[in-house]
Design a protein around this ligand. Structure first.
Ligand code: THU
Length: 128
């Protein structure tokens, strides 16, 4: 894995420290690299009304989009129920679909030990 992606993963790990996950106790952090070099981080934010919780990846993407960003290169994701972030935390289906709204199939998804493309994670994507 190249240094840029390693650094992005470290930012995701750091972002997971802000996770608000009192119900699942599963903390997730994400770091989204925009094509202009800007990085947006996000964490999961849960709610007592469970479906209202938001995943780390969508938090990062929505922060970026609400700041006017539209072009993204990669996202790193780190998640765990303990402090060991060495196991890959794959993005949920909803997050994959939100990635597909803004990113093409070559968008990179950085996990603890590998780099996947959005095309691998979500083939035959739904679009209007
Ligand atoms: N979670 C994420 O933040 N990202 C994912 O891709 C999968 C799951 C969060 C949601 C919830 O707060 C916790 O992990 C357990 O499902």
């Amino acid at each position: 894995m190249n240094e840029t992606y390693k650094n992005l993963f470290e930012k995701a790990v750091k972002a997971s420290e802000n996770a608000y996950a009192p119900y699942s106790e599963f903390k997730v952090g994400a770091a989204l690299l925009c094509k202009d070099g800007t990085v947006y981080t996000g964490c999961n934010v849960e709610n007592a009304a469970y479906p209202l919780g938001n995943c780390a990846e969508r938090t990062a993407i929505f922060k970026a989009v609400s700041d006017g960003k539209r072009e993204f290169e990669a996202i790193a994701i780190a998640g765990s129920s303990n402090d060991d972030m060495s196991a890959p935390c794959y993005p949920c289906g909803a997050c994959r679909q939100v990635m597909a709204e803004f990113c093409d199939s070559n968008f990179k998804v950085i996990l603890s030990d590998c780099v996947l493309t959005l095309g691998e994670l979500l083939p035959y994507t739904f679009s209007l």
